[in-house]
Ligand binder design. Structure first.
Ligand SMILES: Cc1cc2nc3c(=O)[nH]c(=O)nc-3n(C[C@H](O)[C@H](O)[C@H](O)COP(=O)(O)O)c2cc1C
Length: 438
């Protein structure tokens, strides 16, 4: 019996592929969200646990000190607000979990708790919050700050933030809504409480002014990879999303987070580890390799990747020679572990050139390029080796196309289903329960 695993998809509310032969006829209308509705429906047909919408809140200019790269390649800019898209996707699906990214550095806790509660009610208990603390000073500058706090301090803030919002969700007892026609009482005021929270960073009186949502609290996703980030995720997350360079790193990460969770008094099986993977599928291995080469060979590919990694780390990668090894001593106050992973490229210890590193990024530490049968088998083998708990699909080169979505949902997933390693139907109604189903 092979390990059964979970599937999610990590995407952005950005323009899909718009300048290739795979561009859809309605690509100019992407901002109405319909492209992503089609995607979510395909995913639901395939039995995915969740779609996860990424977010950052700025137009980056770290690459070459100008916004040109971000806007020319639409690399993370434009990027529309994930929360309204989450509502639309939830309204147009019935079983798929819908996850939006919201930053603890910028959203006031009360507004976030209220928004998550409202969306979870609209979504019938299928909403999740991807908890991030953001990584860019450029984003902070849109919210009245000059710079973000230091990396570890952001996690201290996030921890307290997490406490406040949980208290707010608990400010209504589960049975506070009585709707008693005899006494004409909608909610029992004795079951709705102020929280009077006063911490180091936040102060909130409460109670929340929303009724308890089906999950009471949204499902929690997190991506901490640094020691501080792992600790936070182990204590808080229902699912952890992670990018790792290869099997050994995946296994180490999963074992570490599970040990931290157990030490924090949690059942490690209540946390699902989803590892990013960018499968490329075609009828033959050679065609699949050619497909990946077409993505990597796009005239904008290399610069676009560099604009992206510059944006998350606020390091100007235009300073380095593309065909020289990248200096390994770079540091960032942004996404430290993302930078580390990018600089390593894979787990071989080779000193790759900057150009090579952008190419390796597309493979995301795993070589999932081939026929549906080959790739499905490899994914199943990886999960056997790592122990669980699933994959988070991300398209190499980011911007999506309907043909890529079809390759995955109608090519790869049926093969995984035939192997018996992923779900063929939904058994539970809320996202948290879906994640815990196996
Ligand atoms: C799959 C994945 C998705 C992420 N999504 C976001 C996001 O939408 N917004 C964001 O600001 N950071 C995002 N991050 C970055 C994480 O929040 C975190 O900063 C990163 O994993 C590095 O971990 P560390 O801060 O503990 O070093 C994501 C990371 C991963 C691996």
């Amino acid at each position: 019996m092979m390990t059964k695993f979970h599937l999610g998809w990590f995407m952005n509310f950005i323009p899909p592929e718009w300048d290739t032969d795979d561009s859809s006829p309605d690509v100019a209308a992407w901002a109405n969200g319909d492209f992503y509705v089609d995607m979510a429906r395909s995913m639901e047909r395939a039995g995915f646990d969740l779609i996860m919408i990424e977010d950052t809140v700025m137009v980056a200019d770290a690459y070459g000190g100008t916004m040109e790269g971000s806007l020319k390649h639409c690399q993370f800019a434009p990027k529309h607000d994930p929360l309204p898209l989450a509502v639309k996707l939830a309204a147009k699906t019935s079983r798929l979990g819908v996850v939006a990214t919201l930053s603890t550095s910028f959203y006031p806790p009360y507004l976030l708790a209220r928004a998550c509660s409202t969306v979870d009610s609209i979504a019938g208990g299928r909403f999740g919050w991807n908890i991030v603390s953001s990584a860019e000073d450029r984003a902070a500058q849109n919210f009245g700050m000059d710079a973000l706090p230091a990396h570890d301090e952001r996690y201290n803030v996030a921890q307290e933030y997490f406490d406040v919002v949980n208290q707010l969700w608990d400010s209504w007892e589960r049975d506070a809504v009585v709707m008693d026609r005899e006494t004409h009482t909608y909610a029992d005021f004795a079951k709705v409480h102020t929280i009077d929270f006063e911490g180091k960073y936040f102060k909130s009186r409460g109670p929340l002014n929303t009724i308890p949502s089906p999950q009471h609290r949204p499902a929690f996703l997190q991506a901490g990879a640094s020691p501080k980030g792992r600790q936070f995720a182990a204590g808080a997350a229902d699912a952890i999303v992670a990018s790792m360079n290869g099997l050994a790193a995946m296994k180490e990460y999963r074992d570490d987070v599970r040990a931290r969770a157990a030490a924090a008094g949690r059942d490690p099986d209540d946390i699902k580890l989803l590892f990013t993977a960018g499968p490329v599928i075609a009828p033959t291995k050679a065609e699949a390799e050619a497909k990946l080469e077409r993505i990597l060979g796009h005239p904008s590919y290399v610069e676009k990747q560099l604009v992206g990694i510059a944006s998350n780390t606020e390091i100007d990668f235009s300073r380095f020679d593309l065909d020289e090894p990248l200096p390994r001593e770079l540091t960032t106050n942004g996404e430290q572990s993302s930078l580390q992973r990018f600089m390593e490229g894979d787990d071989s210890g080779t000193a790759y050139t900057l150009r090579e590193l952008t190419m390796l990024r597309a493979r995301r530490g795993l070589d999932l390029v081939g026929t549906p049968q080959e790739v499905a088998r490899k994914m199943a083998d990886v999960m056997e080796e790592v122990g669980g708990d699933g994959f988070l699909i991300t398209k190499p080169g980011w911007n999506l196309s309907r043909s890529y979505i079809t390759d995955i949902c109608d090519g790869l997933i049926p093969e995984l289903q035939r192997l018996g390693v992923v779900r063929t139907q939904y058994g539970k109604s809320t996202l948290r329960e879906t994640l815990r189903e196996f």
